[in-house]
Design a protein around this ligand. Structure first.
Ligand SMILES: [Mg+2]
Length: 177
């Protein structure tokens, strides 16, 4: 089965320590309260991809945070990986100090794809990374339904490694064909 890795923050949800935006959900992890909004279409997207891929949620957040959030979402079929699975990298310009080495999941990079709003997570395997637009709470958004369409096409390819930079435009072409 082909493998899909999904980032959590600003890809599927937006979490803050103070309530912001429209009706954030109040949750807690390891004794701290946080507030989360779910990206429009996320639940449908997740239920869909869980049927097709072996899925891992891979966050740079703490494991307890990921688990608490997933408890709330209550969608089966996802492995949950927090910061402990990330690899620290030395950065000097304020970028994320982590990366997500896909070889921890499989040595065969033709059968795995990662979706993340931070491209530095997949600098070592650029042909495996789909960059998604950062989401911080806007309500009217079609990115995930678009992405779902692209993944449905991608999974039919022998190798999922390719240049994904124009995935949005290519999906538009697929959809209007
Ligand atoms: Mg992110």
């Amino acid at each position: 089965m082909k493998k899909l890795v999904l980032d959590l923050d600003e890809t599927l949800v937006y979490s803050t320590m103070e309530p912001v935006g429209q009706e954030p959900i109040e949750l807690s992890a390891a004794g701290s309260t946080f507030y989360t909004m779910i990206r429009p279409g996320a639940r449908e997207f997740l239920e869909h991809v869980a049927q097709k891929f072996e899925c891992t949620i891979w966050s740079t957040g703490m494991q307890a945070y990921v688990e608490s959030l997933w408890n709330y979402l209550n969608i089966d079929g996802f492995k949950l990986w927090g910061r402990d699975y990330c690899k620290p990298v030395e950065v000097h310009d304020g970028r994320e100090p982590f990366e997500k080495p896909l070889r921890q999941i499989t040595e065969d990079l033709s059968e795995i794809i990662i979706v993340d709003n931070t491209s530095t997570m997949f600098t070592k395997c650029p042909l495996n990374g789909i960059l998604i637009r950062t989401w911080r709470g806007d309500t009217n958004y079609t990115e995930l339904s678009h992405l779902r369409y692209y993944l449905d096409w991608l999974i039919t390819q022998d190798s999922m490694q390719r240049d994904h930079q124009s995935w949005r435009l290519e999906t538009l072409c697929l959809r209007t064909r």
